[in-house]
Ligand binder design. Structure first.
Ligand code: FAD
Ligand code: SF4
Ligand code: SF4
Length: 477
């Protein structure tokens, strides 16, 4: 009789891939989780109870067919598992590494709800695609036919790249423009290597290049090339430029030297990992070595800054956040990783100002949580008379990002934006108010997640294909 491979959650406990010890991993920028060995991946996939209504799938923004690829993995049919997984996700090995699974697929797994510990969906997804790469199953795109029509994509982050992949598969000529010197957007220059090693991202970009996607790098649209020129050169355009304007700190001394933006700090660190010359790092400005570092904020970016500071050799790293652990926006898994590596979280605190011309300290105000606000979250309230100074040599602002003013920067006042400055686009087709111009990812949603950018990019690509096909059939009449 065939061995029962699924529904093993009662007999087999949840096991994540091994995590490197904190004292070792805090010394480098390599990923902290090892890969499952094959028997372990099969065993963990076999814990799935094959739900008729899989809530994991409903809560995955890409609606990945999770139960089926878990079953194929448990049965050792990995190539089929890979084919199924990549059919709905352009970059499964990336999502498997960096999706906040506790809030998405895994957080909604019925086994988790019943107290047995979730199926480790993300780790299995990563295992499947890493195995596919090792075995040469991930092949460059080879469109069946070439199309004459071209699409210009502004922004080489996950949103733009997911769209490029879909469009190129259909034979469209695709050019991706980006202001950075490497493609990948925040996958390359925002997210640190200990969450996502850079060769994973570069391998994907190389595959896209081999498949015929053209990249025009070091091209800041609005400066090096106008939006109008790009629009004139292509049959359709996708804007996937992300959000990069840093929310600022207020209060006396907020402009002091030594107070830096998270994106600059993380970009410099990632560039150093590529072996680049980075003057602002080499002169010490963006290097945490030997410094008392204070990071302000409680989201993913703040988590990445504290853990990067530890790896750069800071003498102490503190994270100030105005709410408490239960009410922070960042992933709790990341908080735990940071604490293990030596980061100290100072909950219920907010900066009031800064001392020193070159920063020497943060004037900290203590907070408590009051009644829930309009969003249902308990609003922080000031505790009078409890201020103190936290000594600091480097302060990193990680309070979130806002969109740049694209209509003004690009000289396109007719491009409609919301009152938050994000581009207004149709919820499903992602078309803006300008015909043939689409928008996807963070520039539409505001700061969000990689998996949502991928979904948007894929949906926008579908809509662009329909648009170009319709235009082509009108022209043929
Ligand atoms: P981006 O990735 O921002 O890419 C936009 C690209 O457009 C960039 O390459 C930029 O150079 C380019 N561009 C912008 N303006 C122009 C212009 N004028 N001309 C030419 N090119 C331009 N999400 C997760 O799911 N998990 C995580 O763990 C996670 N960690 C994060 C950590 C940090 C530090 C940050 C900042 C974000 C993190 N996110 C995470 C969020 C995630 O990275 C973003 O939601 C996602 O990258 C958005 O994709 P995008 O394609 O819309 O934009
Ligand atoms: Fe889970 Fe993200 Fe993978 Fe979806 S893409 S299954 S949410 S890890
Ligand atoms: Fe399997 Fe959990 Fe998804 Fe159910 S919810 S199909 S048990 S992974």
């Amino acid at each position: 009789m065939a061995k029962q491979r699924m529904l093993q959650f009662v007999n087999v406990g949840k096991e994540m891939p091994e995590k490197r010890p904190p004292n070792l991993r805090a010394k480098d920028f390599d990923e902290i989780y090892a890969e499952y060995a094959t028997p372990k991946a099969e065993e963990q996939a076999g814990r799935c109870s094959q739900c008729g209504v899989p809530y994991c799938q409903t809560h995955c923004p890409l609606h990945n067919n999770i139960p089926d690829w878990l079953r194929l993995t448990a049965e050792g049919r990995l190539q089929e598992a890979y084919e199924l997984s990549q059919a709905t996700n352009t970059f499964p090995e990336i999502c498997g590494r960096i999706c906040p699974q506790d809030r998405l697929c895994e957080g909604n797994c019925v086994i988790e709800q019943s107290g047995h510990g979730t199926v480790t969906i993300g780790a299995v997804e990563k295992y499947i695609t890493d195995t596919a790469w090792e075995n040469g199953w991930v092949k460059p795109i080879q469109p069946r036919t070439e199309r004459a029509e071209s699409v210009g994509i502004i922004g080489a982050g996950p949103g733009g790249l997911a769209a490029a992949d879909m469009l190129r598969r259909q034979g469209f000529q695709v050019t991706v423009y980006d202001r950075y010197d490497r493609a990948g957007g925040l996958l390359t220059y925002g997210i640190p290597g200990f969450k996502l090693e850079k060769d994973i991202v570069m391998a994907r970009i190389q595959q896209l290049e081999l498949g015929g996607v053209q990249f025009v790098l070091n091209c800041n649209v609005g400066e090096d090339m106008s939006f109008h020129a790009i629009r004139g050169q292509h049959d359709a355009v996708l804007i996937a430029t992300g959000v990069y304007k840093t929310r600022d700190l207020q209060g006396p001394g907020a402009g002091a030297d030594g107070i830096v933006r998270a994106i600059d700090f993380l970009t410099a660190s990632n560039k150093k990992s590529f072996g680049d010359d980075v003057p602002e790092f080499d002169n010490g400005e963006l290097d945490a070595r030997g410094k008392r570092v204070v990071v302000i904020g409680g989201g993913d970016t703040a988590m990445d800054c504290v853990r990067t500071s530890i790896r750069q050799g800071a003498t102490s790293v503190k994270c100030l956040y105005r709410r408490d652990r239960e009410n922070m926006p960042g992933s709790l898994r990341e908080v735990q990783n940071a604490e293990e590596e030596g980061v100290e979280f100072v909950w219920l605190t907010a900066p009031k100002g800064f001392t020193g011309d070159s920063v020497e300290g943060v004037m900290v105000q203590k907070m408590r949580l009051g009644a829930p606000d309009a969003t249902g979250r308990r609003a922080p309230e000031l505790i009078e008379g409890a201020d103190y100074i936290e000594k600091a040599d480097l302060v990193i602002k990680a309070l979130g990002f806002e969109p740049e003013d694209l209509p003004a920067l690009w000289g396109v006042p007719e491009l409609e934006v919301t009152r938050w400055g994000t581009i207004k686009a149709d919820f499903k087709t992602h078309e803006t108010n300008l015909p043939g111009v689409y928008a996807a990812g963070d520039i539409v949603r505001g700061a969000s997640l990689v998996v949502w950018a991928i979904r948007d990019g894929r949906e926008a690509a579908e809509a662009i294909m329909e648009y170009v096909n319709a235009a082509a059939s009108v022209a043929a009449e």
